[in-house]
Design a protein around this ligand. Structure first.
Ligand SMILES: *Cc1c(COP(=O)(O)O)cnc(C)c1O
Length: 421
């Protein structure tokens, strides 16, 4: 099946007389005819026995996302943050370290730099364009993974997945990629060598600003028996001595995440959330195509505007990441654009307040066009000088282009430029 078809037909498998649409199984638990049957499920979790481990509605969505990314299995979580955290905790413990590129979603940076540190896991940040020597200098004997983001939020740089996969594999460690902005419709990191993918499904996958969620997807390709990951190859004393690579083969990573981390930390999504996420996924391919086309037109318009100092959008010719975008994101770079308005902070605020169609909100990758002013919102604590150091101009606006008719979006931007002059 092609990816558009997978969006509709993967996951929920219908039998004769079954509901046409994915049913919401609103039950914490499941009943069985024998004690032995349940005991067997603890050995080999092939059916749902308790909704913290698995629920049929959530399971169908996990199977769909795994199929879209080309992975062997997936695990949904309550948020993108939870997915990032669990993806790392599944491979590391106190006293070990990870490498992450510095152009990541701000929430991921906080998680890695501060919260992981409190848990005893050190994160070494590297410039995503660092030369080989600088990358090698970040590797320690206890480094357990490399982490990057395909299309960074909000920097909008394109991550060189193939290069970082080769770097990680040279050191016998996996590459985890946050693929939130492209979604598997625009980029499938496993095809470029990534081993694990995470998403905030809160963004384009849900797409309608309905509910938060996250997912971890396992490619099944990494060799956990290479000596660096004893937790995969030695008996798990918390799970009656299971050896994950022996029992579960290619599914070792995702089953370990479920049976250790979801079991103990419990951040599992509700069936109703999975149902809503599935609705978003059904139209994902159609929506992503329109986000890209609208984004391209709006970015080109902004680049031609007297009112604009600069535009960041990898889909735009002349953008520093345009060539790399052609390789990894050949069908488009979604709908998120950053631009700097002439006139600094004051003009940016005026412009935003003058918008009539686009809404001012703390969100991105929504079905409706929305805007955010990093300097007074997400990066509010920084002074204007610190903002410059962080690469954020006081006049920078992050515009998330939605699915409205592009002429209406452009008209709104035009009138807001005028009103703010
Ligand atoms: C929003 C976001 C996250 C965090 O997701 P939540 O669902 O808000 O927890 C992680 N990564 C990226 C790229 C994001 O945009």
């Amino acid at each position: 099946m092609k990816i558009e078809t997978k969006c509709l037909h993967e996951g929920y498998v219908r039998g004769n007389g079954d509901p046409a649409t994915l049913p919401i199984v609103q039950s914490t638990t499941y009943v069985f005819d024998s004690t032995q049957h349940i005991a067997d499920l603890f050995d080999m979790p092939t059916e749902c026995m308790y909704s913290r481990f698995a629920n049929p509605t959530v399971d169908a969505v996990e199977k769909k996302i795994a199929a879209l990314e080309g992975g062997v299995g997936a695990m949904c979580t309550t948020s993108g943050q939870a997915a990032s955290l669990l993806s790392v905790l599944n491979l590391t413990k106190a006293g070990e370290s990870i490498i992450a590129v510095s152009s990541l979603y701000g929430g991921t940076i906080n998680l890695f730099a501060f919260t992981l540190k409190k848990l005893g896991i050190e994160c070494i940040f590297v410039d995503p364009e660092a030369d080989d020597a600088a990358l090698e200098a970040a590797v320690k004997p206890n480094t357990r993974l490399v982490f990057g983001e395909t299309l960074a939020n909000p920097a909008l740089n394109v991550f060189d997945i193939e290069r970082f996969a080769a770097f990680a594999h040279k050191h016998k460690i996996p590459l985890i990629v946050d693929n939130t902005f492209p979604t598997p419709i625009l980029c499938r990191p496993f095809e470029w060598g990534a081993d694990i993918v995470v998403h905030s499904t809160t963004k384009y996958m849900d797409g309608h600003a309905l509910q938060g969620g996250g997912v971890i997807v396992d490619s099944g390709n990494f060799d956990w028996t290479n000596g660096n990951f004893p937790d995969f190859t030695e008996p798990d004393e918390s799970y009656h001595g299971v050896i994950y690579t022996k029992e579960f083969g290619k599914m070792a990573y995702i089953i370990k995440a479920r049976m250790q981390l979801m079991r103990d930390l419990g951040c599992y999504p509700a069936a109703h959330s999975a149902f809503l996420l599935n609705l978003g996924l059904e139209t994902l391919a159609v929506r992503m195509e329109r986000y890209c086309r609208n984004g391209e037109q709006v970015a080109a318009f902004l680049a031609s505007c007297e009112d604009v100092e600069r535009v960041s959008y990898p889909g735009l010719e002349g953008d520093p990441y345009h060539e790399r975008a052609k390789k990894y994101l050949p069908n488009g770079t979604a709908g998120v654009i950053s631009f700097v308005i002439k006139g600094g902070r004051e003009r940016a605020t005026k412009f935003m307040d003058a918008l009539q169609l686009a809404s001012r909100e703390v969100h991105v990758a929504d079905i409706r066009t929305c805007v955010l002013h990093p300097a007074s919102m997400t990066h509010r604590q920084l002074t204007d000088e610190q903002l410059v150091a962080a690469g954020i101009d006081a006049g920078m606006i992050r515009l998330s282009v939605g699915l409205e008719n592009v002429d209406d979006i452009l008209d709104d931007i035009r009138q807001a430029f005028e009103a703010s002059r």
